[in-house]
Design a protein around this ligand. Sequence first.
Ligand code: SAM
Length: 243
Amino acid sequence: MLRIDFVTLFPETVLSAVRFSILKRAEENSLVAFGTANPRDFATDRHRTVDDEPYGGGPGMVMKAETTAAAIEAVVSRQPPVAGRQSFIIFPDPAGELFRQADAAELSRKDHLVFVCGHYEGIDERVVEKYADRRYSLGDYVLSGGELAAAVMADAVVRLLPGAVGAPESLEEDAFADGLLTYPQYTRPEVWEGRRAPEVLLSGDHARVADWRRRQRLLATRERRPDLFARADLSTGDLDLLK
Ligand code: SAM
């Protein structure tokens, strides 16, 4: 079973973000177990201090090394000492590499993931240097904290665990599964506000439906994500569909 721990000052936030829908069911079915550790519980002073002013000056506060590291050590040592099981430690970070579907797939094969959620101006860099197996960014924008970023990554990972998603073949058709965006979906009624669902999807002709969907994926990727399209591994059938 995959274990995912969040080192966070806001455990309730991150747990409520992961404990619903598919992820909640995955936890109930023992595919994954979520846990948290709060650096505040490792503070030794009267005020339970977890942050301090940045060296060199500037606005905001920085999460302290001692309390953040103690929380990381706690979740790593909580893992039962089974030979070969290893913790993989991830720092959500706008300065990290972009988190992609291939990363979610890689993480879904680990035993234990630890997401260390920054807040304020971030975490003392020495903790990141010591513990980070990976720094991941969700995109080129700044969130208030790492909690939502960690929950997003955990969601992308857990739905890839065998048994997490009811119809596993849907994973293969997801966007990015093979480097392409996904195709558009329609459901009843056939006509909504004068807009008709594509006739081919009502035809019952599975081969035509499959070709139409593949073509939609190719066209959408070429138009909206030329960067992905340039890297996609296209077959001669794909090139025919694009003609
Ligand atoms: N001055 C910091 C900077 O520019 O990196 C801002 C830190 S941000 C307010 C606080 C925390 O939110 C970060 O330490 C990180 O954990 C998380 N975070 C913010 N934006 C993120 C992003 N795009 N991807 C992943 N994590 C992010």
